[in-house]
Each structure stands twice: as structure tokens, then as C-alpha cells.
Design a protein around this ligand. Structure first.
Ligand SMILES: [Zn+2]
Length: 272
């Protein structure tokens, strides 16, 4: 079911670099990979803005009425370092890693720390129940915090909650589990990942909140992995480690706001 007016266009996207082409081609002219193209639906609204929505106006560089760009320090020192000194204003950050490595735990711990400092965080889970998250929060001693947890998979509902709550930081676990009604296919396919992430990124940049997106690494070719996302986001952090040990490595592969290839050694305080 489609909610808004517009049309769906079919394009082919290189899974390795995000290059777009109207027809299927065997070799990507941008990155040189073979057989990397996948059919992808893009939703094109009738007009870029919904009727009645105000258009953006130019802002003077000297404008003092806006909050200054800055960084929010998470107080997880290794994460702050890998981020380049904290979370940059209106940044889009991808946390990629194998399922079960502890991405959700790290981000819940970050959310708890930010919430304690009075920073408004919206934690959105598309994969787990409220009780699973509450149980993890209990282990992290964060279950007494008034941290809003939204269990939702529909992108439109996610965006409208963000619009209402106006958080500073939004966490979505995971990009592969949310879907948009504007394009076809199940969550996790290339059309869905591309459509959901581009609409989230646009909202983050326009409204000034920072996004942390969980991306699972998977070997299945049909799942659009973090590879495609890497080209769209500002910061790419890989979270690696053996699930048997409590040591984890945070590694920034890309950072538009700081040095990339920073490494942080991280000790999980709790399993999960
Ligand atoms: Zn390519």
C-alpha cells in the first residue's frame, strides 16, 4: 500500500560503490567490479515537498540564532576517539558488524550515557522486543533511565515519531529491519535499504539530529549490506571481535569529520 503520490522508477545500483545506471550492466564503470548490479526501485514523489510544507530558506553564515555545530561527547572514551572527538552535529554514523558482536549493547550503553547528561535520545528497535532491551538495560544499569524506546519497523512511523520528539540523537537497530511502503520488497533488500536510508539522512541533515544506524554484515548476496551504505553515510565504524571473548575492536573506515582508520579497543561490560 502506497501512502503518498508519486511514481516508482526502476534503476540498477552497484552493490559495491552505489553507482546508478538505467540498465543492467556486467561491469561497473566506477569501481570496476563485475556482476555487482542489482535492480532497485526508487520512489519519486510528485513534488519534492509535501503540500503545505515550508521550503528551506537560505541561512546566512553569520547567523547567530542557530545552535553552534559541535560534538556531543558520549563518555565511552574509545567510541569518542573513533568518532573523532564525539558525535558531530547532524551526522549520519553507520555501526557495522557481524550479528551478535554487541552493536546493540554498545549503542544502548551510549544512549544511557547521553540520556544521563540530559541529551535527548530516541532508541528505535526494529528487531527486538521492548523487554529484551529492558533486560539488556538492566545489565548495563541503565533501566532506571527515562530513555524512550520505540519498537517500530515502518519508516513513515519512525520519521513521524522523530518529528514529534525532536531528539538530538536517534539510534536505529537495524537498517536491514525497517521498510518503506513507497517501494516494494521485504526489508533488507537493496531498494528498501536505499530508500529508507536516503529519507532518514535527508531528515537528519535538514532537522539537525544525529543518526546511528546499525548495519549487519551478511554474506548473502541478496541482502544489501553496509557496502552500499558506506558511500552514503558520514562515518563508518566497524565493530569487530570474537563473540567468545569480551574484547572488541572499533575501527573507523571513513570519517568526514575526523581522522579515519582510528582504532579503539573496547571491553564489553556485559554480554549480548
Ligand atoms: Zn561500482
Amino acid at each position: 500500500m502506497r501512502k503518498s503520490m508519486g511514481k516508482v522508477k526502476t534503476v540498477f545500483i552497484c552493490n559495491e560503490c552505489g553507482y546508478e545506471h538505467p540498465k543492467w550492466i556486467g561491469k561497473c564503470p566506477k569501481c570496476g567490479n563485475w556482476n555487482s548490479f542489482e535492480e532497485c526501485e526508487t520512489f519519486i514523489p510528485d513534488s519534492r515537498k509535501k503540500a503545505g510544507a515550508p521550503a528551506n530558506s537560505p541561512i546566512l553564515l553569520s547567523d547567530q540564532s542557530l545552535p553552534p555545530a559541535g560534538r556531543i561527547v558520549t563518555d565511552i572514551s574509545e567510541l569518542d576517539r573513533v568518532l573523532g572527538g564525539g558525535i558531530f552535529s547532524a551526522s549520519v554514523n553507520l555501526i557495522a558488524g557481524d550479528p551478535g558482536v554487541g552493536k546493540s549493547t554498545l549503542l544502548l550503553q551510549m544512549a544511557g550515557g547521553l540520556s544521563r547528561k540530559g541529551i535527548s535520545v530516541l532508541y528505535i528497535s526494529a528487531e527486538e522486543s521492548f523487554w529484551q532491551i529492558q533486560e539488556r538495560a538492566r545489565r548495563l544499569k541503565a533501566d532506571q533511565l527515562s530513555l524512550p524506546i520505540l519498537i517500530e519497523t515502518d519508516l513513515d512511523n519512525i520519521l513521524s515519531q522523530i518529528e514529534q520528539k525532536k531528539p538530538d540523537v536517534v539510534i536505529i537497530d537495524s537498517i536491514q529491519a525497517i521498510f518503506s511502503q513507497e517501494v516494494s520488497g521485504t526489508s533488507g533488500n537493496i531498494s528498501q535499504v536505499r530508500e529508507c536510508s536516503s529519507r532518514l539522512f535527508r531528515s537528519a541533515k535538514e532537522n539537525g539530529w544525529s543518526l546511528f544506524l546499525v548495519g549487519h554484515i551478511t554474506k548473502e548476496g541478496s541482502i544489501a549490506g553496509p557496502k552500499l551504505l558506506e558511500h552514503m553515510v558520514d562515518v563508518v565504524i566497524y565493530f569487530e571481535g570474537d563473540t567468545l571473548y569480551q574484547y572488541r575492536i572499533l575501527r573507523s573506515l571513513k570519517n568526514r569529520f575526523g581522522p579515519s582508520h582510528e582504532i579503539g579497543l573496547f571491553v564489553m561490560e556485559s554480554e549480548g
